[in-house]
Structure formats: C-alpha cells, structure tokens
Design a protein around this ligand. Structure first.
Ligand SMILES: C[S@@+](CC[C@H](N)C(=O)[O-])C[C@H]1O[C@@H](n2cnc3c(N)ncnc32)[C@H](O)[C@@H]1O
Length: 377
C-alpha cells in the first residue's frame, strides 16, 4: 500500500509556524497518549553526521527561557515538515517504510504523543527540558565547561544546545531512539546553535496576521491559561515559556559550505540512534563527565536499559547525571518513584550504586523534578 502523509505542500504555510511552534513545547499534564506496538526495539548504531541531508535554509524559533542568558534556537516543526514534503521518496514512499511510520506521527491530527517501539516523542520539545536548561545555566562555570557530555533521548536536545553554545570546550554526544529525530531535528539544532549565523526575521511572531479561527483559539487558550494561573507560580512559568517561543529566525546553509559545517559538528559531537541497551558497547571506553536526560523515564519497561546505559558510561568517581522528568506519567507507569526504586536496587559490575538528590522541583499541580545522580563509592 502506498504511503502518503497527511499534509501537502499547500498545508505547509510557514505563516502558521507561530501556532505550530507553541505546539512543540509539550506542557501536557504528565498524561502521555500512547499507542502500543509489537515492533522490536531498534538496535543502537552510530549516526553518520557528515551524511546528514540539509535544506538550504533553516527556520527557527528563538527560545527565551527565564534566567538563561544564552539565546537558543530550535528548528520549527513546520520547517521539518516542509523538508519532508519536498523529498519525493517520502511523498511516494510506502506505509511499511520506517520513515513513513515516523512521518505519520508528525501529522498534527494524530492523537498519540508516541507509538512505543516506533516513535518515542522526539519531534516535540518537552517542558522538563526547559527546566534542565534553566538549571544547567545556573551551575557554576567550572561545572559546565570542558566537559564530555552525553544526552540520552535527546529529541530537540535543548540541554545539549546550551552546553555546546555556552562553551566551545564542551564535547556533547547525543542519542535518540529515532534516526529521523537526529536527522531532522537534533543535527539542524546543533548547527543553529554552533556553526551557523542565525538572522532574526524582521516581523516578530505576534505581528503575524491571525484569522478568525486563530482568534477563537486564542480566546479558548486564554481562558485555559486563566485556569492554569490559579495553579500557582509554576503554571504561570509554563505560560511564559510558551509565549516566549517565537518563530522569527532563519539561517542559510549554502550547499558548498555544508560539508565543512558538518565536519565541524563532528569535532565536538557524536550521534547515536536506537535503543539505550546497545549504546554502552558503541561508545566503548568513552566515559562521560556529565549525562543529561529529559522526559525519558515515562515507561517503566524501558527503565532498566536507561539505568544500565548510565551505569556503564558515567565516569567514576566524579561523573554526574541529571534526570529531568515529571513526577508521575499517568497511564504509562513510569515516573520518579519507579525510577528511584530501580536505582536503589541497581548495582553495576563493580557493585557500585548511585546516590540520588532532588535538585529542583516545580510548584505546579503536575510536578516536575530534576534528580542528580552521583556515584556512591
Ligand atoms: C518524550 S521524548 C523527550 C525528548 C526530549 N528529551 C525533550 O525533553 O524534549 C522521549 C525521548 O526519549 C527517547 N527514547 C525513548 N525510549 C527510548 C529507548 N528505549 N532508547 C532510546 N531512546 C529512547 C525518544 O526517542 C525521545 O526522543
């Protein structure tokens, strides 16, 4: 059966990016919508950054995150869809094609945040990654410079972008379950925040003409915002984050310069795709000073592979791992408690365990936390 994804070039009006961009920060109440799939896990492999196919122009949101003085740029979802729509192989691909399945998830009418074992949510930016960016940016300089870092389940990789942008001596490796996420989101985001020159567009996002439909949506969202405001300071913070996402930047990628740009990325970054279980053998002797991960503990079933990946790759004795997550993920079984229970039981090959400290907790109704893991030697 021929696969055709549910949007056409006509749907890909980049004037819509304001609306789309706010959809990219997922601030749902910890309630993941999930489709089960019987598919086997994707084995882990290294992604060849130099082979990344890029468009000649990248459209980006500028993320204005409270207390973060480093501007961060994030490729818009509309821009990703635009590139995909231009690629004949996808438009005419078949339904069993792996790209086809993942692209289907990008259809904004989809009711699922993720399809277990197929697509694990990396195209959206999840709100705990903003907490982690804010937290990391407040750490003393010596804790975030000259570090060898790994981001697990990176998606749009905001924590990695901060660490790469903040200090040229940081090396940051990225990993995601989906190769498509690394290709269309992570690598373009790294380019935007390191080697590319990003230009701000003339018109700010709020000047974009809004249709009657959009106005209705805005009214609806304003009333739900009122509700959230009553939730307290952090509910308000979520809104501020949402409002401060603007699509008003772009960067050119002249075709003749792309190989050199990608080469420069490889000097500071390796990228891995597939399930966590295969990662330690791929990175072999590399041990990381810091591991960061956001919104990756939602599935109880996947926790052992995540914990083992951290155990086998975090440097001893001083490595530190930051895990940003919602306290509870309703309906999917994961969350802080099962994760901590597992950590408590998990020893590595030398019999060592992690000690865990909570270093951040939001005050919103749906709690978000950041845990710090250090070796308890
Ligand atoms: C909910 S998304 C969060 C993305 C991003 N960290 C953020 O906060 O915006 C979960 C991420 O973890 C990755 N992931 C989930 N299960 C995984 C697994 N078993 N192995 C490797 N990566 C996985 C997904 O590909 C996805 O990018």
């Amino acid at each position: 059966m021929a696969f055709k994804f549910n949007f056409s070039n006509d749907d890909l009006d980049l004037d819509d990016v304001d609306q789309n961009s706010t959809e990219q920060i997922d601030s749902s109440l910890g309630d993941l919508s999930l489709e089960e799939s019987a598919t086997q896990k994707v084995p882990c492999s290294e992604y060849d950054i130099k082979a990344c196919v890029l468009p000649t122009l990248l459209q980006a949101d500028i993320l204005d995150i409270p207390k973060v003085d480093t501007p961060l740029y994030k490729r818009t979802l509309a821009d990703v869809k635009f590139q995909m729509a231009e690629q004949d192989t996808l438009l005419n691909g078949d339904a069993d094609n792996e790209d086809g399945k993942v692209v289907e998830m990008l259809n904004l009418n989809s009711n699922s945040d993720l399809v277990r074992g197929v697509y694990e949510g990396g195209f959206k930016t999840w709100e705990c990654s903003l907490d982690l960016v804010e937290y990391l940016s407040q750490l003393p300089k010596d804790q975030i410079t000259g570090k060898r870092v790994l981001e697990l389940g990176c998606g749009s990789a905001l924590p990695s972008l901060l660490l790469l942008a903040k200090d040229p001596s940081n090396h940051v490796d990225v990993q995601d379950y989906n190769d498509q996420v690394i290709r269309y989101i992570t690598i373009p985001n790294i380019l935007l925040n390191t080697v590319l020159t990003v230009q701000e567009s003339a018109a700010p996002a709020e000047d974009v003409e809004s249709s009657d439909e959009n106005e209705e949506e805005e009214e609806e969202s304003a009333s739900s915002d009122d509700d959230e405001e009553e939730e307290g300071e952090d509910g308000l913070k979520d809104q501020i984050i949402g409002e401060n996402v603007t699509c008003d930047a772009e960067a050119e990628l002249p075709a003749d310069k792309v190989p050199d740009m990608l080469q420069r990325i490889t000097e500071r970054t390796r990228a891995f795709v597939g399930d966590w279980s295969g990662l330690p053998s791929l990175v072999q002797d590399t041990k990381y000073d810091m591991i960061v991960t956001s919104e990756t503990i939602y599935s109880e079933e996947a926790l052992p592979a995540l914990v083992e990946a951290v155990q086998k790759t975090l440097k001893k004795p001083d490595g530190v791992c930051y895990v940003a997550a919602k306290t509870i993920y309703f309906g999917v079984g994961g969350g802080i408690l099962p994760f901590c229970d597992l950590l408590d039981k998990s020893k590595d090959a030398d019999g060592d365990k992690f000690k865990v400290d909570k270093v951040f907790e939001s005050e919103s109704t749906v709690k978000r936390e950041i845990l710090r893991l250090k070796w308890d030697l």
